[in-house]
Design a protein around this ligand. Structure first.
Ligand SMILES: NC(=O)c1ccc[n+]([C@@H]2O[C@H](COP(=O)([O-])OP(=O)(O)OC[C@H]3O[C@@H](n4cnc5c(N)ncnc54)[C@H](O)[C@@H]3O)[C@@H](O)[C@H]2O)c1
Length: 313
């Protein structure tokens, strides 16, 4: 079990708030910093709004806000932290500068892990002291519910820190995926990006609405994907012979012009079609209302998944 108790969360937007809630639910002491003090009220409101789902998912009784120190100075937030989860805006210049500051004020061997969705760790930590303890810990939104986290080492990251980070993430009920070496976009976002690009082409060329495309995922592949990823799903698509037959049958389709991958130009017309289409899908419901439904669904889905995954893993 991880001995790490004191965690600093730097940047308290959507993702930072998610880490804070997850860590508090697992009795960590959390020290948070954001350069924008206006976020204080929103952060507390977000913790209170999401707590019922977190409580149910992790079978917790009470939220202990005594373990939470927030909107203190960056030096104070870092002073006692053994694990630092960086969650600032996705941008090379902002993150590289910030990592320099984190390296300066953090304990010499405190782990620094960035929530980045695709930036290369070697680059963002190029000005950080002791880069051996730095890495990416890329989560999925909502962080307080989704258990996935991609741990991506930079060229200077040392194995012992990766091991410690793995243990730490497990101690907050996450399932870390150890990426072997850095690549832009890491794993899941590369897969999602491929789908996203294809979806934009299909909308742009007028074959389907945003709603039709969403249903195509929701009623088909999406139902299966939370239990089995693309390889195991395709293995089953090959009948008794599994992947071998699947490749014999559908291998030739790899040469068909099914996928474009290069994204279409995000023209005003395409942006407006996508924005209007998704707005119609929501039928006037706010993001807050829909995310409540999503959270309740994901909590129930994960409870159900636990029963089934034991049988195939
Ligand atoms: N939103 C997602 O779905 C998602 C999923 C996984 C990972 N991420 C990653 O998480 C990180 C944060 O994304 P987000 O969606 O929470 O963004 P966000 O815009 O909601 O929050 C970013 C926060 O960082 C703060 N910030 C900016 N510069 C700072 C600095 N120098 N010091 C301290 N705070 C600073 C901002 O004030 C803001 O509150 C990004 O790297 C993003 O790629 C996002």
């Amino acid at each position: 079990m991880s001995k790490i108790k004191n965690v600093a969360v730097i940047g308290t937007g959507v993702i930072g708030a998610g880490w804070i809630i997850r860590c508090l639910a697992h009795n960590k002491k959390v020290f948070a910093y954001d350069k924008d003090l206006k976020l204080k009220k929103r952060l507390i409101a977000e913790i209170k709004k999401t707590w019922p789902y977190v409580k149910k998912l992790f079978n917790k009784k009470k939220l202990n806000l005594k373990n939470f120190k927030y909107f203190i100075s960056i030096e104070e937030a870092l002073k006692n932290a053994d694990f630092i989860q960086e969650c600032a805006t996705e941008n090379y210049a902002i993150k590289t500068k910030l990592m320099g500051t984190l390296g300066k004020y953090a304990k010499p061997n405190a782990i620094i892990s960035s929530s980045s969705s695709g930036l290369l760790p070697t680059k963002i930590y190029s000005k950080c002291k002791n880069p051996a303890r730095t890495m990416i810990g890329h989560p999925f939104n909502p962080v307080y519910i989704c258990p996935g986290v991609e741990i991506v080492p930079g060229k200077k990251t040392k194995k012992n820190f990766l091991k410690k980070a793995n243990k730490f993430y497990k101690s907050i009920s996450m399932n870390p995926i150890m990426v072997k070496k850095e690549l832009p976009g890491y794993l899941a976002d590369r897969l999602q990006e491929a789908l996203w690009r294809e979806a934009l082409h299909i909308v742009n060329e007028g074959y389907a609405t945003t709603k039709d495309l969403d249903r195509a995922i929701e009623d088909g592949p999406g139902l299966r994907w939370s239990l089995m990823g693309i390889f195991l799903t395709y293995h089953l698509a090959g009948g008794k012979a599994g992947m071998k037959h699947m490749l014999e049958q559908f291998g030739p389709a790899l040469k068909l012009p099914w996928t474009k991958l290069k994204a279409p130009k995000l023209s005003k017309k395409l942006s407006s079609t996508v924005i209007k289409g998704t707005r119609q899908q929501t039928k006037g419901k706010s993001v807050a209302v829909i995310s409540d439904v999503r959270d309740e669904y994901l909590v129930n889905l994960q409870k159900l998944r636990k029963k089934f995954e034991k049988k195939i893993r």
